[in-house]
Design a protein. Structure first.
Length: 447
């Protein structure tokens, strides 16, 4: 079976892709949905003065708003109907995941299979609406208080503006949540991830153009730009390697006799990813570190003296910022890995189905062994995440690179691209298997 799969994988070509009509429909549906999303990022909410907003937002690009604007593909900076993007849904999903780990009721619901998963998804949707309502109201109130050199950001502040902003932004988030689910069901790849991916990638052409313009004016040397491009290719290669890397723990199943036939006895493997926590640690770490900076910017640097001191110390590229950033990434890498993978539960499931790791006793010994392996993997994974996320801070602060290269955005782009390519590959394999089965049936009938 493995050799047949390898032969099919090696025989995938453009001809096979051209014949896979179902896959082409899914790809066109995905592209159409992403085009609709991008169009929505240019439809502004009513009652906003765009010139004042652009001026104020450029002053706060270094804060948490700049990071969220990057994820939304500029929708937050333009204050469009998709300004909140899909972030409330992701926040609700993470909160539900954390609640599942601490709540016995939700943990029991998770173990109910498909029915439990649907209920948890429904709770996540409710949580998304609640978070979107709170965040959109906060944005409406914040916009009313913004004032630039050209006047107020809101043309006609009041209850009507707040109500229309809350309805518009919450409705935009709910629509994107629905659109993401449609892409997952009828398209290719994970819809939620692809929406964030599209927002990040949309900013790349302008960032590349800004870099080339600096090279043309002499602000950046040609040699440095070439080195930067080589570094970009090298960084992406390293990220692909680490995102695909896994430790395969061999699991053996005993032989059992049913009647006159012998079943089982085969060995399998349990894949443990090197970066189990994914992009969650950098997102959490950067969000926490950017909060003081954002608060200080909103207060127009007129807050308490200690806040000004903290903001200065935690500015991008500062030694304290980098140390705190790395420490938080390491903490969240271990914390989130402990939530998504439970060695004790895994060991109990193996024991329940008769599986065991060769040389390791079932039960607590197996759980300790898995915990030992996972701890070592998480140390390497946390170090990898730290290096990838600190790289852009050094490039921006020391070498004045005009765009944020690396970090969370590049992690998301690489992981989503790999996941989508893998799904396209699996669709092509399924199509070729169907073709082989049809040919076999036709030959059988002729015979």
């Amino acid at each position: 079976m493995a050799s047949a799969a390898e032969q099919l994988a090696s025989s995938i070509n453009l001809g096979a892709f051209a014949k896979a009509t179902e896959l082409k429909k899914r790809i066109w549906f995905t592209l159409g949905a992403l085009v609709i999303y991008r169009l929505g990022t240019y439809i502004p909410i009513p009652g906003i003065d765009p010139s004042v907003l652009a001026e104020l937002f450029n002053q706060q690009r270094g804060g948490i708003l700049g990071m969220f604007d990057m994820f939304s593909g500029g929708a937050l900076g333009r204050m469009t109907i998709f300004a909140l993007n899909i972030m409330p849904y992701i926040s609700a999903a993470i909160i539900m995941q954390l609640m599942t780990a601490v709540s016995p009721q939700l943990e029991a619901l998770k173990k109910e299979g498909e029915v439990g998963r649907k209920k948890i998804n429904q709770y996540t949707r409710y949580g998304t609406v609640v978070l979107a309502l709170f965040q959109s109201f906060g944005i409406a109130v914040g916009l009313e208080g913004m004032q630039g050199t050209q006047g107020m950001a809101v043309v006609d502040p009041g209850i009507f503006f707040r109500l229309s902003t809350v309805i518009t932004l919450t409705g935009g988030t709910i629509f994107l949540m629905w659109l993401g689910e449609q892409i997952t069901a009828r398209g290719v790849g994970n819809g939620t991830s692809l929406i964030i991916f599209a927002g990040i990638v949309a900013n790349l052409p302008s960032a590349l153009a800004a870099t080339l313009e600096l090279g043309r004016t002499g602000a950046l040397s040609t040699v440095f730009i070439v080195i930067l491009l080589v570094m970009a290719v090298g960084t992406i290669t390293v990220m692909v390697f680490f995102e695909r890397a896994q430790r395969r723990v061999i699991v053996q199943y005993p032989k059992r006799q049913v009647g006159n036939k012998m079943f089982g006895g085969e060995s399998s493997h349990m894949p443990l990813k090197l970066n189990t926590s994914g992009v969650i640690p950098p997102i959490f770490a950067s969000s926490l570190l950017l909060l003081p900076l954002t608060v200080a910017q909103f207060s127009a640097n007129s807050g308490p003296e200690w806040l000004q001191e903290v903001t200065a110390r935690l500015a991008h590229g500062q030694p304290l910022y980098i140390i705190m950033y790395v420490a938080l990434i390491v903490f969240f890498a271990f914390f989130y890995t402990a939530i998504v993978f439970n060695p004790t539960e895994t060991a109990e499931n193996l024991k329940k189905y008769g599986g065991f790791i060769p040389g390791i006793r079932p039960g607590k010994t197996t759980a300790d062994y898995l915990d030992y392996i996972l701890t070592r993997l998480t140390v390497i994974g946390a170090a990898y995440l730290s290096i990838i996320c600190v790289l852009p801070e050094i490039l921006i602060s020391q070498y004045s690179v005009p765009f944020y290269f690396g970090g969370t955005s590049l992690l998301i782009v690489v992981s989503v691209t790999m996941d989508t390519v893998a799904q396209v590959h699996s669709h092509l394999l399924a199509h070729q298997y169907e073709g082989l089965i049809k040919k076999t049936k036709l030959r059988g009938r002729r015979g």
